[in-house]
Write a protein that binds this ligand. Sequence first.
Ligand code: FAD
Length: 367
Amino acid sequence: MTTNRRREVAVIGAGVVGLGVAWRAAQRGMDVLVLERAASGQADGAASPVAAGMLAPVSEADVGERALLDLGLRAAAAWPAFSAELGDDVGYRTCGTLLVARGADEAAALEREQALRASLGLQADRLLPSAARKLEPALAPHVRAALHVADDHAADPRRLHTALKAAALAAGAEIRADADVARLTCDGTRATGIELADGTAIDAEQVVVAAGAWSGEALGLPPAARVPVRPVKGQIMRLRDPDGPGLLDRVLRFEGGYLVPRGDGRYVLGATMEERGFDTTVTAGGIYELLRDAIDLVPGIDELVIEETAAGFRPGVPDNTPILGRSPVIDGLVWATGHHRNGILLASITGELVADVLAGVREGATA
Ligand SMILES: Cc1cc2nc3c(=O)[nH]c(=O)nc-3n(C[C@H](O)[C@H](O)[C@H](O)COP(=O)(O)OP(=O)(O)OC[C@H]3O[C@@H](n4cnc5c(N)ncnc54)[C@H](O)[C@@H]3O)c2cc1C
């Protein structure tokens, strides 16, 4: 058994959440080690490299999710400075979002969506189909209703992941790949570090679990100390227009899916929402349904080249609101997980919030 020097902070998981925490903690002078089980840093099923990249607190707003909405709005407001500070091109585009409906049922649903947003004081403007098609001429003529959410934008999660990794390293964090954390080590109810699957022990004053959809795994914790995180599978496909950019400028959301333009002729078409455990298969049915709806709404999609299909796991939690803060059961254990559908959006503030917790400035996301 090899032993490593004692760290101030050990972070489990090198997705956008773990890397963001490592970056911000290292910036504050903490001695940080990130442990990632994938050899390449991109695990099979990890959410960050698969995500579409919508920064969409207004489009995602739902009944009874006020805390998540407030967090999302703060995160969206922080994005311009966050992307500028990363000093890298993370594909941040202030493109806005169009929500579109086909048929009477979808149009009625969109009307309810607008009423909800109005009741929450959020800006979402009703457009006539002709006005929607003026904004996005590639839309099919049978679009029946549209909402324009001018403040919901997009970024490129893969570029963000790369930029966060570089920033964390530059700030002095160490990132160790091929490091599968088997369990937390504890002295009574005090975390003392972690142990890898190969038996390596690493002592740490504080341990951050940023293991995405795997954060609900036991990690040697007693049941009362675990968090209810589960994998919510999403299948996506990446498309490229051989004619370059221009087919769509804005993010397009519709019943059952979305299209996110990268601004360079590439698009992400997503995504299924499936409760299937840790199953990374891409299915004919999943891809068929995404393509069917997308081509129905934007016939020009027919001509695009399929570059990739993939599946990833959103770290789902019962109230859809991330778990950020100290464990009430184990001292020295900090959670940074449960970002579900919004981890790219929330990346702009998660690192700072959790670094505050590590520094003892706050207990959780709101306190
Ligand atoms: C299809 C899809 C589309 C999405 N679209 C959007 C979007 O448009 N906008 C948005 O804001 N969000 C979106 N999301 C959500 C977003 O991707 C996630 O919320 C976010 O990436 C979660 O990041 P994470 O770092 O917590 O998890 P992950 O990226 O999954 O990273 C967790 C890491 O922990 C590692 N790990 C796990 N267990 C261990 C262990 N025991 N030891 C060592 N390492 C371990 C894994 O290998 C993995 O690399 C989408 C997600 C999916 C799946």
